[in-house]
Write a protein that binds this ligand. Structure first.
Ligand SMILES: [Zn+2]
Length: 286
């Protein structure tokens, strides 16, 4: 028990560090500048977030063709749009209490429109987003970790491949039970991405996801905690990634702490089966 408690404390301490880092990022000038750019982007409804997530799980910044154009970016040839619903708005005139006519907007149904992720566009950089952009890790992962993580993914039915899709570092395909990690990164980055995608497979394959934001905060927190426990510092990537998906809210990072820590613990115990038999690890779905 003592061993488990100590481990829990260590995982909690790693999560505390993450919360603190997110708070620091969210109080900085770079963050404020980024928010000014982000505010130019449309806020999507929960249903549309879900539709974007289902069609393009690793989309980061999404906008319509013309909004991209106004930011100096153009949709690349052959890119397929992400279908979302847009309300059909009509202006009608109604009489107010004083009998005066006024014009109001009414929503009558929805139509399908297409938006594009930033990775599907090219053109001017969004300089202010760059300041708090996750930095790819360089360096080596501890030996044997990749294989052990891939085995763990296989134990819940997922095949792990090295493959690049767009600019994504990786993706988790729930339907075909496939985890992909782009091949052209350092072993440290590859392992971190694999943990992130394994986190999606463990936490998000079966149940409804509260939102894309929550899902990404949860699994990158998992990645940070597991990497930390393995002696790999993924802060340069994980801190800004979590800060951005949490929109600077340390409350959201705190709220998701328990699920993230439990999942991180499950992954770590899966890497050390000989020390996990007395820790009450939850049964894995197969
Ligand atoms: Zn993700």
């Amino acid at each position: 028990m003592t061993k488990t408690e100590t481990r829990n404390d260590r995982l909690q301490a790693a999560h505390d560090k993450l919360q603190q880092a997110v708070a620091e990022i969210a109080s900085g000038d770079d963050w404020k500048r980024m928010l000014q750019v982000v505010s130019k982007f449309h806020r999507y409804s929960f249903n549309n977030h879900l539709m974007i997530f289902l069609q393009r799980p690793d989309a980061t910044v999404v906008a319509g063709f013309n909004r991209w154009k106004s930011l100096g970016r153009f949709v690349k040839k052959g890119e397929k749009g992400i279908a979302i619903f847009a309300p059909c708005k009509y202006k009608t005139k109604i009489e107010d209490d004083n009998g005066d006519e006024k014009s109001v907007q009414q929503i009558r149904g929805f139509r399908v429109v297409h938006v594009f992720d930033i990775s599907q566009t090219e053109g001017d950089e969004l300089p202010d987003l760059e300041a708090v952009r996750p930095q790819l890790l360089d360096g080596e992962a501890p030996e044997g970790i990749w294989d052990a993580l891939a085995d763990q993914a296989a134990s819940i039915g997922y095949e792990v491949v090295r493959e690049q899709r767009g600019k994504e570092n990786g993706y988790c395909d729930f339907l075909n039970k496939r985890i992909a990690v782009r091949p052209d990164v350092s072993t440290a980055q590859g392992v971190k991405t694999l943990i992130h995608e394994l986190g999606h497979a463990l936490l998000h394959a079966d149940g409804p996801v509260r939102s894309r934001e929550v899902a990404e905060v949860e699994v990158e927190s998992v990645a940070y905690i597991v990497c930390h426990a393995l002696g790999l510092d993924s802060g340069d990537y994980s801190f800004p990634y979590v800060a951005r998906w949490a929109e600077g809210s340390t409350d959201l990072v705190k709220e998701t702490a328990e699920r993230s820590i439990v999942c991180a613990k499950q992954i770590l115990e899966g890497l050390q089966p000989e020390t996990s038999n007395d820790s009450g690890m939850e049964a894995k779905a197969s």
